[in-house]
Ligand binder design. Structure first.
Ligand code: BTN
Length: 245
């Protein structure tokens, strides 16, 4: 049974909607909304989701292998979004670990991967993607961080939203199939090619303190490699923030 594609006018969050249906919805069920009243970002932040301008999409995919093997899934999703943009002729955007899509120094797309299930048994991933097509001035001010939109990258005219959504859905279904079949290794080269943090002085902050170093790419599991004064360190946790030092 193939997943259905549903477009709602308004939802609290496309990811929350899929979560409510996760028990019965088939793999590759996709929910999109014109607007979200409680769009969610990483680390408890909200995702501004005004109507008519952007893409808000979530997809459900189950994995037999359990989430022990899914550590690279959110990074792979970054590559999946880049591939969709490339299919639309947009080649500049880069990835900021773990999975922000940046262009012109601002955030172009956000990715939220939520896993439920078992560490080594079957589990379900709900993969949410928001892409900025056209941001209003008010939205830029509300964002609280530098942001970017496809309109700016395409010199004022963003790609048709339906085409952009179709490119994202195609890339998502193909990419998740590929991830299931081959794992994160299939994405490492493309991630590395578009890594915005390689060679950049960074400060990694976590509840246990700060760590300074130079971005040195990612490893085969998707951990950030940080060249510190004490040697190369792998940064794993989703609970860290990474900034330019
Ligand atoms: C982030 O960068 O903090 C992640 C943002 C993810 C936003 C998308 S929009 C579609 C889906 N539904 C949500 O509530 N969040 C994700």
């Amino acid at each position: 049974r193939l997943g259905a594609l549903e477009v709602a006018w308004e939802l609290d969050s496309t990811s929350s909607e899929l979560q409510r249906r996760a028990a019965s919805a088939p793999d590759y069920s996709i929910v999109m909304a014109e607007t979200q009243t409680a769009g969610r970002g990483r680390r408890g932040r909200s995702w501004l989701s005004p109507p008519g301008l952007n893409i808000y999409l979530s997809c459900l995919k189950r994995f037999e292998a359990g989430f022990a093997s899914l550590s690279g899934l959110s990074l792979a999703t970054g590559v999946i979004v880049l591939r969709a943009l490339q299919a639309l002729g947009i080649h500049g955007p880069r990835l900021k670990w773990p999975n922000d899509v940046l262009a012109d120094g601002g955030k172009l797309a956000g990715i939220l991967v939520e896993l439920s299930g078992e560490y080594q048994g079957p589990c379900a991933a709900i993969i949410g993607v928001g892409i900025n097509l056209r941001l209003t001035e008010a939205l830029r001010e509300q964002a609280g961080q530098p942001v970017c939109d496809l309109a700016a990258l395409a010199h004022g005219t963003p790609p048709d939203r339906n085409r952009a959504a179709a490119a994202l859905i195609t890339s998502m279904v193909e990419g998740l199939d590929q991830f299931e079949r081959d794992g994160f290794v299939a994405f490492v080269d493309e991630y590395t090619e578009h890594d915005a943090l390689r060679g950049v002085p960074l400060r990694v902050s976590s509840p246990t303190g700060d760590l300074d170093g130079i971005g040195a790419g990612i490893d085969a599991r998707g951990a950030l490699q940080l060249q510190t004064a004490a040697g190369l360190r792998g940064i794993d946790s989703a609970d860290v923030t990474v900034r330019r030092a």
